[in-house]
Structure formats: structure tokens, C-alpha cells
Write a protein that binds this ligand. Sequence first.
Ligand SMILES: [Zn+2]
Length: 242
Amino acid sequence: MLYQRVMVFAAHPDDEILMAGTIAKMADEGTRVVVLQMTDGCEGYPEVWMKDKIAAMRAAEADAANRVLGIAKRYRLDRPDMALVNDKATLLEVMEIIRRERPEAAFVQGTQTLHRDHLASTAIAVEALWHAGGPVSAALGPSWKTPEIYVYQDMATAVKPFAVNVKGYGHKFFEALATQTSQFTLFRQYMGIGSAEEFAREIERLKREGGRDVEYFWILREVMDFEALPPASEHRLPQWAP
Ligand SMILES: [Zn+2]
């Protein structure tokens, strides 16, 4: 087992699915994988009739994704979608969860995006990971320095990502997306797949033929060169590269 405990920071209910293969693989190896989801995803409704139901729908879909990927626990801050802010209350709440979970590796979203919640989620996560390791806010629990921090989503192309081998888990991405039925309109727009039947066919094909067996990450220190971040040399995840 590479890690005992890891944390994945996500703005929305389905963001962590981008690293579905890695999550499922780590969970199978016995790693406790925890997701910290910051908003309720209440703006993710493609049709007006869904407006008042969407947060509840997505909460149920996130529970289903937990089961598919082996996520041990999902913390939900339930901030409103498109209104995530790096305020003091949110920062302290995230620091407390980090100190409680004591992750050996953390995964954050990245900064090369227009989505305000993804930008905020990255800022909150990185700052909270740093503060959680310092001699501050002792009422939140003993300090915990997370030794490895990765980016799993949007990064500038100037920094090369590295590949992680998720052979045998390539279908997990689609298996997890298939649980997010309220998002099928979005998935069709981005991937051309947007029905339960199409997802089932793709999952079967990947199980049979393999494929989609690599996921990409950046080491945060190589992207944000802050002294307080863990040095790049101490990261273990690249050893999985094929
Ligand atoms: Zn998102």
C-alpha cells in the first residue's frame, strides 16, 4: 500500500471522478480515501424543473460514486455552488478536517480554469493544508503537515504532468460518471456519452479490451513555488508511472 490515508479536495459533487481510477486503485489497496466536497452543486441543473431538486439529487449521486470508487468518507461543507469563498469559517472547517484525517497525500484541483469554485477550492485547500501544519488554531486539533500534495485537474501546460498507471481501473471513470444521472446533459456535451445504455456499453468495452489506464497529476510544489509547500523530491506517486 502506497498510502494509509489520502484526501481529495473537490468543489463539486463529481469533480473527484477525474481521478476515479487512482481513487479506486488506492481504495482497493487498503488506503483510506476521503473526499472533501465544498459546495452542494446546486447550479448544476440543465433543465428548470430540476432547480429545486438538484442539490438532493447530486447528494444521492455522490453517495453512489462513493460506493463505486471505494471512497471511505465524503465531507460536505455544503457551501452554495458558484459562491465558494475562501473565508475564515471555511478555512477553519477545512483545517479541522485535515488535522482529524491526517492525510499522507492530498489532491487539489488546479488553477487553470474559469470556474470560480475550482479556483476557490484550490486556494482554500492549499492554504488550509499549510495552516493545518503550523502552530496555529490549536483548538482545531494537533498540527498535521501533509507530506505530499498533488494537482489532479487544471494546470498550465508549461508544467508537464506525470502519468499514473491505473491499468485494470480504466472503466471506473465511466462507472462513477454513470451514477451522476443529473449531469448526463453535460457529459454528452463534453464526451458524447450521455445515457445509461451508452455508459454501460463503454464500461463493458473497457473491462473487455482495457484502455483509459493512465491518469495525470502535477506535483503542487512544481506549480506553486511556495517555501512552505512539501519539497517535490519527497513525492511517491510518480513511482506508479508505467
Ligand atoms: Zn466542479
